[in-house]
Design a protein around this ligand. Structure first.
Ligand SMILES: Cc1cc2nc3c(=O)[nH]c(=O)nc-3n(C[C@H](O)[C@H](O)[C@H](O)COP(=O)(O)O)c2cc1C
Length: 206
């Protein structure tokens, strides 16, 4: 997939590093990223990654953290209250969306088509237009309503891609774990990547 824009939503579930790694990987591939961050997502970025990762400073933060290659792409930040933003309309050429991480609150809103915020509306647009919607929920343990909300989203066409990094790649750092999740998200959105080595049939490589 190339030449399109991709929407990334960040909500208030733990795992800010998954979001920044995903955005950086898309930018490095020259993608136009349409970013929307909920109020608690904004808090999450600062709480888990530091004030330098605030939304207003995200591009320099990503360049410092993941390298200048992120300059290959472009990014626009939408207000979560702006229902007139491009990604609120199916007529806008946004090829897919990932909600990473996805809180149980936003999961519920998407599952029930509430469209109370731009995150929820843009996700609803992806579902009605039959485009890729990748939901990266994070909570543990999960209640029955939360589990049912994931089923509702999956039945509507979303991919449920839980924040569950694997350990068979023998990760050594948090970045290794984030690379694995970001790679899974890019694959789900239709992008090639080299964020983790392909499985060779045995732990630890060929
Ligand atoms: C530090 C912190 C960590 C949180 N982690 C989670 C989480 O992992 N999963 C979750 O569903 N909610 C989590 N929450 C609660 C959500 O942020 C809260 O339900 C919020 O209303 C979600 O709103 P949003 O979906 O609009 O971002 C956390 C809140 C805070 C302050």
């Amino acid at each position: 997939m190339s030449g399109d824009s991709v929407a990334i939503a960040v909500t208030g579930a733990s795992g800010a590093l998954y979001a920044t790694r995903t955005v950086a990987a898309l930018l490095t591939r020259g993608v136009h990223v349409e970013l929307v961050v909920s109020d608690y997502g904004r808090r999450l970025l600062r709480d888990e990654l530091g004030d330098e990762a605030a939304v207003e400073n995200l591009m320099p933060y990503l360049a410092g953290r993941f390298g200048g290659g992120v300059g290959a792409g472009t990014i626009v930040v939408h207000s979560n209250r702006d229902m007139g933003a491009t990604i609120a309309s199916g007529s806008h050429g946004c090829s897919g969306m990932a909600i990473v991480p996805c809180s149980m609150k936003t999961l519920a809103g998407v599952a029930h088509g509430l469209s109370r915020s731009l995150v929820e509306r843009a996700a609803d647009v992806m579902l009605k237009e039959r485009r890729r919607l990748v939901i990266v929920p994070r909570e543990t343990p999960m209640s029955l309503p939360q589990l049912r909300n994931m089923v509702l989203c999956a039945e509507a066409g979303a991919m449920i891609l839980p924040a569950m990094p694997a350990f068979y790649q023998l990760p050594k750092t948090l970045d290794d774990l984030a690379d694995f999740m970001a790679g899974k998200i890019l694959s789900a959105l239709g992008f090639d990547h080299d964020l983790y080595p392909p499985w060779t049939g045995r732990v630890g490589g060929p």
